[in-house]
Design a protein around this ligand. Structure first.
Ligand SMILES: C[S@@+](CC[C@H](N)C(=O)[O-])C[C@H]1O[C@@H](n2cnc3c(N)ncnc32)[C@H](O)[C@@H]1O
Length: 555
């Protein structure tokens, strides 16, 4: 958006501040006849009824619309009130954060405007907060993504500081959810985004006033100002790393904003230095990788050409079909590169699992936990039109996504879906396959940089349950391997108990299977001493993943 521009509601906007797309309307700036020239979009008009709407759970009261702009002045219909006095990206971000906290949304780091959920989000903001926002600009969408992902990642650290700055702990414990989210956003902007203090304070105070009440704005003002002062004098309160292991892990869990059990586990398995590196990696902004769809005849050079024409910076990858991008996903989405099946978003760590499978033309392969299908499609494209893949998954909706993607990539002829629980399917079928891939459900501890909310959704108990399931699924998958065939077990975890230990236990239960080194299938730096494939975020700058190749005896 240009610095001085016209919003969809025909009102002249003041310039953006460097750090914020917050807008304050200057009604004086545009003569009435000009403002009348363009009708408001439906989203604005649709707010007419909102003032009488009841606030949903989590929002304490109907918002104060005192600062709303009467659109009568702007040439709109009489009763329409549009609040254009808060920054849109913060309004959308705060609602998304509330929804994430209630488990009703995910932190989607890939921008969603392309599939219309950007518009849905705005509708939700309007219904929830009771004020209208215009359609989000690309820049706003990027800010929503940055703020939501960052605020979720740094939640523990931010809450520690917010609690320290409240007059008493009780004030923090009993804080209404919306107010807490606004404070988290303000703290994140000031501490991690380096948004100028005056802008972050002003904008979040305004948001609290509009979305809650003037008193809430005063409280946000007082706490954020305290924070600014502490930051300027370099005296932010932080826990000391001292005491026994547990106490140290607790302090680190606040400073690096991770659950205590994860910190303790990583220190135990990887040592303190590596644990700190891992947490730093998880807190950094992720890059994304794109895999070109060779099955439609595209090459990496074609993809690179398209990225160059979109002015999206890329880095080449160790894998022939991949490129990496740090920014520019919106341009990629808008240009239709995904929608047209030219490429797919896939991390190279997942691509290397396919290299471990090493699909060969003519083979029959069953992908036992296939959905949403990233590996299925890549395997199918490597079959060069000869061979067949069966994509099995317990989740029907995710299987549908897989088959839609297969159609988009021109691979549906080569893929057959099976909607089943692998444990039942393996007992019932007599069919055996050349290769069986079990990409098992796992903790996802290798992908925490891309899934900002995942660290808070995982408990230690989940790990124990997952390991039981992984053993059961391994036993079932092994029944589908033909004599002399190959079983590949993979996860997107870096946890030895979900990886190496599952394979050690499996080989003890199944002497008919022998471990085969992945040597020759993936580059040397990804091969462990035992012959497993392992990608490590801090070492390889990609997601963490694991795979083992097991060969079944011929009799
Ligand atoms: C890690 S995801 C698979 C990701 C997929 N391989 C890809 O690359 O896009 C694990 C999948 O296992 C499926 N799953 C979990 N339990 C299952 C079971 N008992 N039988 C079949 N599929 C199962 C889940 O529905 C989920 O889609």
């Amino acid at each position: 958006m240009s610095l001085r521009t016209q919003c969809a509601c025909s009102c002249m906007l003041q310039p953006y501040s460097a750090s914020s797309s917050s807008i304050t309307l200057s009604m004086r700036a545009t003569p009435t006849h000009q403002r009348r020239a363009r009708p408001p979009p439906p989203s604005c008009l649709a707010t007419r009824h909102l003032r009488r709407r009841r606030a949903p759970a989590g929002i304490n009261r109907v918002p104060n619309l005192g600062s709303a702009v009467s659109t009568k002045k702007a040439g709109m219909s009489k009763d329409t009130f549009i609040n254009l006095d808060v920054s849109h990206h913060r309004a959308v971000a705060v609602v998304r954060l509330l929804r994430i906290e209630k488990g009703k949304a995910f932190v989607d780091l890939l921008n969603e405007k392309a599939n219309d959920s950007g518009d849905k989000e705005i509708g939700y903001v309007q219904r929830t907060l009771g004020f209208s926002t215009r359609y989000l600009e690309d820049r706003d969408i990027r800010l929503v993504t940055v703020i939501v992902a960052g605020t979720v990642r740094w939640k523990r650290y931010l809450d520690y500081l917010i609690m320290s700055l409240c007059s008493e702990e009780k004030v923090f414990r009993e804080m209404e959810p919306l107010l807490l989210q606004i404070l988290r956003i303000g703290f994140f902007e000031i501490l991690k985004l380096d948004v100028p203090a005056y802008a972050a304070v002003d904008e979040n105070v305004r948001l609290a006033k509009v979305a809650l009440r003037p008193g809430a704005g005063n409280m946000v003002n007082a706490i954020l100002r305290k924070l600014v002062l502490l930051k300027e004098t370099d005296s932010l309160p932080l826990p000391k790393i001292e005491g026994d292991d547990r106490a140290q892990a607790r302090a680190l869990s606040i400073i690096y904003s991770h659950p205590v059990w994860m910190v303790r586990r990583w220190i135990r398995f990887h040592g303190k230095d590596e644990a700190l590196r891992l947490m730093n990696w998880n807190n950094s902004d992720p890059h994304f990788s794109l895999r070109v769809n060779t099955s439609k005849g595209y090459t990496r050079a074609d993809l690179v050409k398209r990225l160059e024409s979109l002015q999206v910076h890329y880095e080449e990858s160790i894998m022939d079909e991949f490129v990496r991008i740090r920014e520019g996903m919106q341009q990629v989405l808008k240009a239709g590169l995904l929608k047209d099946g030219i490429c797919a978003v896939q991390d190279e760590s997942a691509g290397l699992v396919v290299s471990v499978v090493d699909p060969q033309p003519g083979e029959t392969i069953v992908d036992c936990c296939a959905a949403p299908g990233g590996k299925t499609l890549f395997m199918a494209s490597r079959l060069s039109g000869e061979g067949k893949i069966w994509a099995l998954d317990i989740n029907k909706g995710r299987l549908r996504i897989l088959m839609d993607a297969a159609k988009l990539h021109g691979l549906d002829d080569m893929i057959t879906d099976i909607h089943a629980d692998l444990r039942l399917y393996a007992k019932e079928t007599t069919v055996k396959y050349d290769k069986v891939l079990l990409d098992a459900p796992c903790s996802g501890l290798g992908v925490l940089s891309k899934r900002a909310d995942l660290r808070w959704n995982r408990q230690f108990e989940n790990l124990e349950e997952l390991m039981c399931l992984q053993d059961e699924l391994l036993d079932s998958a092994s029944m589908l391997v033909k004599p002399g065939g190959i079983l590949i077990y993979s996860t997107c975890s870096i946890d030895p108990e979900e990886n190496e230990e599952r394979i050690t236990a499996f080989v003890q239960r199944h002497p008919e299977f022998a471990l085969q080194s992945v040597c020759g299938y993936v580059p040397r730096e990804f091969i462990t001493d035992e012959g497993f494939y392992s990608s490590n975020p801090t070492k390889h700058s990609m997601d963490g993943a694991f795979a083992a190749r097991l060969v079944r005896s011929t009799h």
